[in-house]
Design a binder for this molecule. Structure first.
Ligand code: PMT
Length: 422
């Protein structure tokens, strides 16, 4: 799902948030869109047309009365060649001009001279946003079918706090996707666990593992791209939160379980986290001291709750529950046994022995095991070649999409590829 055949006319009006438009151009282009840009006089106070031209790799239009632009690319053509006109940021002034049909510069003229769909991304001071004049203008535009993204609430560049922050480029990209495509997982809630858990020994030491969170992160991003609402619950990693996810940071397995249960109900659960099987049962409240002549402290362990198994048997069991199996030997048999023991629908097996270099790597080599009650086989398997963790994520998400599409085709009959809580 890419924006390859789409042309977007991006109008950058005045406002400190205009800097976000540069990243927006980059993201739209990465998604395959052609981006043509108009920078209003106000916008040019905040971003240079040269940066905009460099990122969009197209000439940037700034002045209605440039004879050169008019002869080579009339403003009418500029707006009519677009599949979507995106005004980001949309200042209070630009919104007012649009609402009242003013055409006193290239940006507002292009909008008025076009019948193409328009999306605005308001960004302004909270008082300006709250002002009745702005709210009336917004209502007028909404009545005319102009779509709106944001604004968000938060601290503004001017130091005030309130509604008026421009939506983030990821959210704008997501809205653009939603505009062009029916996204296959729209309306679905997915919970993804990722990264390691840390089990405390004392206030400074812990037991953990080598998971970097890259695989879980890639899955969360692929689910978001497919339109799912994602709750991303991660143990400690160096990765940023996946853009657009509701991210929750945890440390220990017990906290991860609590966060997962709080996030239910969900349609999809993906347990990519490397959860420690045991926690230290006598966690010291003080730092353990090394004392001359004394032997090393003896740690005793207690078994952690099994998050995947708990979710699989939960009264709010998601429609699809998928775990991962990190194995260092006999992956086929161990993963199949794990799938049955944990009562999940799918299990992604990966061989994590050090020679395979999976933990922390950008690549993974997996086998997808699926529980099935069709035919004489309990479990089917599909082995994939070594590939980028993003590609593994795309593969898995495509498989997930098929489950929900099959379900739709069966007219909401329960799917044979997933099983209910027992
Ligand atoms: O993070 P990366 O560096 O990108 O590496 C990715 C990965 C190797 C961590 C990932 O692909 C992976 O295999 N994750 C699962 C690791 C793991 O804990 O495997 P396991 O076989 O011990 O557990 C099986 C399943 O039970 C997993 O889904 C795990 O999340 C879950 N589990 C395990 C123990 C427990 N107490 N609760 C659980 O939910």
């Amino acid at each position: 799902m890419m924006l390859h055949d789409k042309t977007i006319l991006l109008i950058i009006s005045g406002g400190i948030a205009a800097y976000k438009s540069l990243d927006l151009i980059r993201q739209l282009r990465k998604a395959g869109a052609q981006v043509r840009c108009i920078v209003s006089k106000g916008g040019a106070q905040f971003v240079t047309p040269m940066s905009v031209a460099a990122l969009s790799e197209h000439e940037v239009y700034t002045d209605l009365f440039s004879l050169k632009d008019e002869s080579e690319m009339g403003h009418i053509r500029l707006s009519r060649e677009a599949d979507l006109i995106l005004v980001a940021p949309a200042s209070a002034n630009m919104i007012a001009k649009m609402a009242h049909g003013l055409a006193d510069d290239l940006a507002s003229t292009c909008i008025l001279a076009s019948d193409k769909p328009v999306m605005i991304v308001p960004a302004m001071n909270p008082m300006m946003w709250d002002h009745q004049a702005t709210q009336d203008n917004i209502e007028t535009l909404s009545d005319r079918g102009v779509r709106q993204i944001g604004p968000a609430s938060g601290e503004m560049a001017c130091g005030e706090t309130g509604m008026g922050r421009m939506a983030e480029p990821e959210d704008i990209l997501s809205a653009v996707y939603d505009f062009f495509f029916e996204r296959p997982l729209k309306g679905k809630h997915a919970i993804v666990t990722s990264g390691p858990t840390y089990e405390a020994i004392d206030p400074v030491r812990f037991i953990g593992n080598r998971s970097s969170g890259k695989q879980g992160h890639a899955i969360a991003c692929a689910l978001i791209k497919a339109g799912a609402h994602v709750t991303y619950i991660s143990g400690p990693t160096a990765l940023p939160c996946p853009p657009g996810a509701n991210s929750i940071s945890v440390e220990a397995a017990c906290e991860m379980l609590e966060a997962v249960e709080n996030a239910l109900p969900a349609d999809i659960f993906i347990g990519a986290a490397a959860v420690c099987d045991w926690a230290v049962d006598n966690v010291s409240t003080q730092k353990l001291k090394k004392r001359e002549g004394q032997s090393a402290p003896a740690l005793t362990f207690t078994e952690n709750p099994d998050i995947l198994k708990t979710v699989s048997s939960h009264e709010k069991r998601p429609e699809l529950v998928c775990g991962f199996a990190a194995e260092t030997q006999d992956m086929n048999n161990n993963a199949k046994a794990k799938l049955l023991r944990k009562k999940c629908d799918w299990l992604v097996g990966n061989n994590v022995c050090s020679a395979q270099n999976i933990f922390g790597s950008d690549e993974n080599e997996v086998c997808l095991f699926k529980y099935t009650d069709i035919g004489d086989q309990d479990i089917t398997s599909q082995t994939l070649p070594r590939m980028k963790k993003e590609a593994v994520a795309d593969f898995l998400v495509n498989e997930i999409i098929s489950v929900f599409e099959n379900k739709k085709d069966q007219n909401n009959e329960p799917s044979h590829t997933t099983r209910a809580a027992e």
